[in-house]
Ligand binder design. Sequence first.
Ligand code: SF4
Ligand code: SF4
Length: 388
Amino acid sequence: MAKADKASRQRARWVRWIVLGIVLAGTTVIVTAHQTGSGSGRLASVDFLCPFGGLETLYSLLIGDGFLKHTAASSVILLAGMLVMALIYRRSFCGTICPLGTLQGIFGAAGRKLLRRRFAVPLSVDRVARYLKYVVLAVFAVWTWQAAELVLRPYDPWVAWAHLTSGDLLTTYLVGFIVLLVALAGSLLYDRFFCKYLCPAGALLALFSRFSVLGIRRDASTCIDCGRCDKACMMNVNVATSHVVTSAECISCNECVNACPVKGALTVQAPARKRFSALASTAVVAAVLVAIVGGATLAGDFQWRQPGLAEAKAQSGSAGGSAFDTSLVKGNTTLQEIADATGIPAEELTAAFGVPAGELGKPISEIKDAYGFTPEDVRAWLETRLQQ
Ligand code: SF4
Ligand code: SF4
């Protein structure tokens, strides 16, 4: 038996974890900076960097109502990137890019170290429960399209992660935070708990993965039936007896390929039997992301920063009505921005909230205690004032 090259398998593993780590760290820094920043020009919110938001806003775009509130072109660009990845290498977004998947992977590794074993949901329950994510996808897609807003937001664990430093975590994002805790605690015992049973993005990718160019193929003539591929698979896919891995649950992480001790027994292949190394397939997926996001950034179409209130007002206006949407006013909005976006004279705002003119450019969250008002007070005041 020709042995697989240990060093190259190790390299492939490292490269995947490095890509996962960069995406998780990068997005966490940006979305946390968004929470702590203020005014227009601060870094983008979690919604701008979420491909699922692209799906949620798609219907609104198709019927000519513009972007749903909280979404932007960057959400749709990321959705397109995620689907291109699925057409190239199945659910490789889940295995190589998704930061929520990475968090579960980290907790999974911690669980393995602490408990020295993995648990498995009984097969009869597991089989049925895996369909739950398709139900979540269908329910939230239809609900979002009907309500014309991001109805999933309060229940989304990734949105909760982005609001860990926010004062709204235990109110607006409480359900999402609980789902996040369940997903991470569940991953201590069961690999990729949320991905397997609940993630609507994973369900969407599973549907697209059927049309993928690359796939994992087992060569039965060289396979020694050691079962290491099955043991390495965090999605519990049956690799050891398949000729081609066709399961919609496969997240193209290549862990099975990297675990295989026989050279050429388990490989990533294109239809013409052209083989790719695990490292090359990971590199292709990462390159797709860099090319799509980089190209859109160079073209000026990717929102790395938050638009000012006036720009957000224009966007929400195109999504359904021309009135100023007071919910755009947050703790990090400034009174000056409100004056600019609504046309209300700055003097009227300073008089209404007892704020000196010199404090107009500071975020509401910074001055609210000193002058005794909250963002809710500002929103309520605006509701009344704008009706006059
Ligand atoms: S299933 Fe969902 S959470 Fe899991 S990796 Fe895929 S997109 Fe991320
Ligand atoms: S079958 Fe292989 S590539 Fe697919 S999820 Fe399992 S270990 Fe990863």
